[in-house]
Design a protein around this ligand. Structure first.
Ligand code: R5P
Length: 282
């Protein structure tokens, strides 16, 4: 099987290929003078392919479509989208809006699509493919266990992240709690006051993604006021837009922990074994 590394998932795809004992296929990505994207796979042998490409930007999404098209003659096309952009617009919140996740999903034609802890599982129905969501929560759980924390507690900042917190906590026997978030805009959230026994304890705030950092920063502030010791934030998808990293350190975070569904300096946990094991089992 050929492993094709999209421009947004070069290292992750290379690690997956390494675990499958196959060299990743070399591809070229550049821009035409007018700004359009040029993509070329430098191997025209006909074989099953797995394309690994996150889509944090519109350009990454176009590259994914180009790669799928370039593999048209492959007997089997697997597409791994470790982080899928637009997944948070999974429904119409205000009249006149698109279901962006559906608009994107419908354009992905493949034999199989794999996502990793996708924001909302119903999005899987939109792909023109058999689709599966891989769960990286146990990888986060194992990392948390290795931190040697004092009387730790995992906290989900909203109900949406509760399943993730439960799952990570079940693996390692650390209790979990949940906060209540209200979103006012893309950048502004409030976290309802909640008395939790956090005094002197190390906390791990866990969410599927950190975007502007607003959710985590507000949570950290409240929990610090209640006497928490070290506060770590952990997520599957480190979007970390704009000044999110500084916002989190300004709020007093000890460390930002994430996977490499998006390749950032904070991506200390690799989902490569999860993807490689899944591909091996096909
Ligand atoms: C939303 O439902 C997600 O699970 C995250 O809580 C959200 O995307 C975090 O966004 P931000 O970092 O901008 O507060």
């Amino acid at each position: 099987m050929k492993i094709i590394a999209g421009p947004a998932s070069q290292l992750l795809a290379s690690k997956v290929a390494q675990q499958l004992n196959t060299p990743p296929t070399i591809c070229d990505y550049k821009r035409f003078p007018d700004g359009e994207l040029y993509t070329r796979i430098r191997d025209d042998s006909i074989d099953d392919v797995t394309i690994i490409q996150s889509t944090p930007t519109d350009s990454d999404y176009v590259a994914l479509l180009q790669l799928i098209d370039a593999c048209e003659e492959a007997p089997t096309i697997n597409v791994v989208i470790p982080y899928m952009g637009y997944a948070r617009q999974d429904k119409v919140f205000n009249r006149g809006e698109p279901v962006s996740a559906r608009a994107i999903g419908r354009t992905i034609n493949a034999d199989r699509v794999f996502t990793v802890n996708i924001h909302e599982r119903s999005i899987l129905e939109h792909f023109n493919a058999d689709s599966f969501d891989l769960d990286a929560s146990h990888l986060i759980g194992n990392h948390i266990r290795s931190l040697n924390l004092t009387d730790p507690l995992i906290i989900s900042p909203d109900v949406g992240a509760l399943e993730l917190a439960k799952s990570a906590s079940a693996d390692i026997g650390i209790p979990y709690e949940q906060l209540e978030k209200t979103r006012h805009s893309g950048e502004s959230v409030t976290i309802a006051e909640k008395e939790i026994d956090v005094s002197g304890r190390d906390l791990i705030l866990l969410d599927d993604m950190i975007a502007t950092g607003g959710t985590m920063a507000e949570s950290i502030r409240m929990l610090k006021e209640q006497g928490a010791a070290d506060i770590y934030v952990a997520c599957i998808h480190p979007v970390l837009a704009r000044n999110a990293v500084v916002r989190l350190y300004n709020a007093g975070v000890k460390e930002i922990i994430s996977t490499d569904t998006l390749e950032k300096p904070q991506s200390s946990i690799s989902v490569a074994p999860l993807i490689a094991d899944t591909l091996k089992s096909l």
